[in-house]
Design a protein around this ligand. Structure first.
Ligand SMILES: Cc1cn([C@H]2C[C@H](O)[C@@H](COP(=O)(O)OP(=O)(O)O[C@H]3O[C@H](C)C(=O)[C@H](O)[C@H]3O)O2)c(=O)[nH]c1=O
Length: 173
């Protein structure tokens, strides 16, 4: 398991150890002791989520606010996505800056998104199966976020613009 920092303090990429043999592969997708040893974060993840989407879908940019804020450990099990985390921590020197990382079933990379970040992703492959751990429970009433096309961020989601599919909820963010 390797930790790779990003340009934003507290947001980092994880490259798990992958054990390949003639049958396929095995990897530990999360290990609390190793995670704490390498990151110093003793995060009791309490909820696991999964979403499945086809090419062109953008989910996000979402965050839960206040005491319901969530840190997330995200990964793409199958397919390829562009994962984006936007720093909305008011006191941060990287406020309104973001990281964008390609996660895929191939590269098996994970991204740790701290509390106070808006999170979203675009689906670059025909289909994508996405899974993530949260350190706080879902709380609909605390949900907020930014539009995926917020001009202050100008994110390149690497999609054919004519194929972008966003939920009505996300259009109204
Ligand atoms: C997030 C969530 C949703 N739901 C229900 C609420 C809706 O009836 C349905 C779909 O929810 P939503 O459209 O918010 O799903 P996404 O657009 O994938 O939302 C996620 O998108 C980006 C990528 C995120 O990082 C967040 O974790 C999350 O907001 O699932 C639940 O029951 N529990 C949950 O934790």
């Amino acid at each position: 398991m390797k930790i790779i920092p990003t340009a934003i303090d507290g947001c980092f990429v994880i490259e798990p150890a992958v054990f390949k043999d003639g049958r396929g592969y095995f990897m530990e997708t999360f290990n609390a002791a190793k995670f704490k040893e390498l990151t110093g974060i003793d995060t009791p993840f309490v909820q696991d989520n999964e979403s499945y989407s086809n090419y062109g879908v953008i989910r996000g940019l979402h965050l839960q606010q206040g005491k319901h804020a969530q840190a997330k450990l995200v990964r793409c099990i199958k397919g390829t996505i562009l994962d984006v985390a936007v720093d909305l921590r008011k006191e941060s020197k990287t406020y309104m800056q973001y990281v964008a990382v390609e996660l895929s079933g191939e590269n098996k990379k994970q991204l740790y998104v701290p509390r106070g970040f808006a999170h979203g992703y675009s689906v670059l492959s025909e289909e994508a199966l996405f899974a993530y751990k949260c350190d706080n429970f879902y709380n609909k009433g605390s949900e907020g976020g930014l539009r995926y096309d917020d001009p202050r961020l100008n994110i390149d989601w690497q999609l054919d613009a004519s194929k972008v599919l966003v939920s009505d909820k996300d259009i109204k963010l």
